[in-house]
Design a protein around this ligand. Structure first.
Ligand code: FO1
Length: 456
């Protein structure tokens, strides 16, 4: 493997590496293809003539996650387990507090090193630091999610897409290689390890529960099929993704979020195809996504108003006392019962399908600012609704998108106005100038009827 992968090791503990099997603690990048953490762990094991184990620990304490999220994730994990079994790698499914369960497995296996995949969010960081306290086994964390590893892209918090874009593009070629797959036969499993893997896969399947027919089909295979369809038929329409009625979204973000598809593979496919829509998709799936990663990596308060730029925080504070035409609680918003039928439709679509068109995400969050007593309350409400109802909730993309909408993160000051101050304003009439609002609302109404029909 090229020495470039060393730059993908974004964190490691001081403990020296010892002999013994290699344990890949899978969490964010739940796939066996194009996964640098898996490739790195496999390389360490092969070079040392040691076994490779992959463990995933399920915890029901991930903030705001619901049965829909677990159902989508667990189905994808069952596919991961089977794929690892085919490649002679033992897969262990654990349940409980991840650091404790993984460390006790590592000690049981006498692992010489633990490889993690990198996630910038608070709970992922906490798991890794707890693991380090619980064990003296060396832990190395690989950035398998970003094309340009987050610490290689920039060593500081970036102001916006315009500052990080040149840095990302300058390194894109260096990091565009596909992560080497596991060669068949590279690893062999004993009888008992095969049985162990099968037991793990069965337990995952039993916990996955019923599949919600309105949600996309999860898993690596499905993700790759969707990517192929999108690149072949949807990419050129992506240029009009701002019109919700064009249904031009890629639909890939839940697969990115759960790591079932590597963003690199999607961006590389768009670059290879080129033409209309390719640049817009690359901007979203590469530049905007890795800007949000930079935001969560360097800004601990990625879900608080502390993350807002000074101009926005001051301006929102100055207009904190402005009269609001409407005030809604999270419950009222969740029941899609505001006065704004476009907003209600977007919220309803997210509750039914687990996603809403990209343009409406910005409108949706900005209206929450307009209808909340202050920016802090609005931020909390938007994050709560997004984490609960969006299939790709709890993702750096979501936190950065909401902080952009409500607190001007990665944006610039606009003309001062009530409530918003100098944070960019979006209006219903502005939306109506961009697309046929009536058409979008009536399509969502049909979706709701359809849903009622399904759930009858
Ligand atoms: N990762 C895990 O290692 N174990 C889990 O039980 C788990 C549940 C989960 C539920 C919803 C969701 O959106 C993500 C979930 N993840 C889980 C993934 C993990 O939280 C991600 O790696 C981070 O959110 C990304 O930084």
């Amino acid at each position: 493997m090229r020495n470039i992968d060393w730059e993908r090791v974004v964190e490691y503990t001081g403990a020296p590496r010892r002999t013994g099997p290699v344990l890949y603690w899978m969490s964010r990048d739940q796939r066996t293809e194009d996964n640098w953490a898996l490739s790195y762990a496999a390389r360490l094991a092969m070079d040392a003539g040691e076994k490779l184990y992959v463990a995933f620990c399920m915890t029901d304490r991930v903030p705001g996650a619901t049965a829909r999220h677990y159902g989508f994730m667990m189905r994808g994990l069952a596919e991961v387990g089977s794929s690892l079994l085919d490649k002679g790698v033992c897969f262990r499914y654990l349940e409980g507090n991840p650091p404790e369960e993984v460390i006790s497995l590592a000690h049981g296996l006498k692992a010489g090193i633990i490889v993690c995949d990198y996630g910038p969010l608070r709970h992922s960081r906490r798991w890794r630091s707890q693991a380090e306290e619980l064990s003296e086994v060396r832990i190395e964390t690989v950035d398998a999610h970003n094309i340009v590893p987050v610490t290689a892209a920039s060593d500081k918090r970036e102001y916006g897409a315009y500052t990080i874009r040149p840095k990302l593009n300058a390194k894109l070629r260096d990091f565009l290689d596909e992560a080497p797959g596991l060669k068949d036969g590279a690893f062999m499993l004993g009888e008992d390890e095969v049985a162990e893997s099968r037991r793990s896969i069965d337990r995952i399947r039993s916990r996955a529960g019923e599949m919600d027919p309105l949600l996309p089909e999860p898993g690596m295979r499905e993700a790759n099929k969707l990517l192929d369809r999108f690149i072949e038929g949807g990419l050129e329409r992506y240029a009009e993704a701002n019109d919700p009625n064009k249904r031009a979204q890629s639909g890939l973000s839940p697969y990115f979020h759960f790591g079932q598809l590597s963003p690199r593979r999607a961006v590389f496919a768009a670059m290879s195809k080129g033409g209309r829509g390719a640049d817009e998709f690359i901007e979203q799936a590469f530049v905007r996504r890795e800007l949000s990663e930079n935001f969560c990596h360097y800004c601990e308060g990625y879900d608080s108003i502390d993350a807002f730029p000074e101009w926005a925080r001051k301006s929102l504070e100055k207009h904190r006392g402005d009269a609001r035409d409407h005030l809604f609680t999270v419950e009222q918003m969740e029941s899609c019962s505001t006065h704004d039928m476009l907003w209600n439709a977007a919220q309803a679509e997210m509750e039914i399908k687990g996603s809403m068109p990209g343009y409406l995400r910005m409108y949706w969050a900005k209206k929450i600012l307009e209808w909340s007593e202050d920016a802090g309350t609005a931020l909390k409400a938007a994050i709560q609704l997004n984490d609960r109802w969006s299939l790709d909730g709890r993702d750096p993309n979501g936190y950065a998108g909401i902080a952009w909408s409500i607190g001007g993160v990665h944006d610039r000051p606009w003309g001062e106005r009530p409530v918003f101050g100098m944070v960019r304003y979006m209006s219903y009439s502005g939306a109506a100038r961009k697309f046929d609002v009536e058409e979008y609302v009536s399509n969502v109404r049909k979706m709701i009827k359809g849903e009622e029909a399904v759930n009858r």
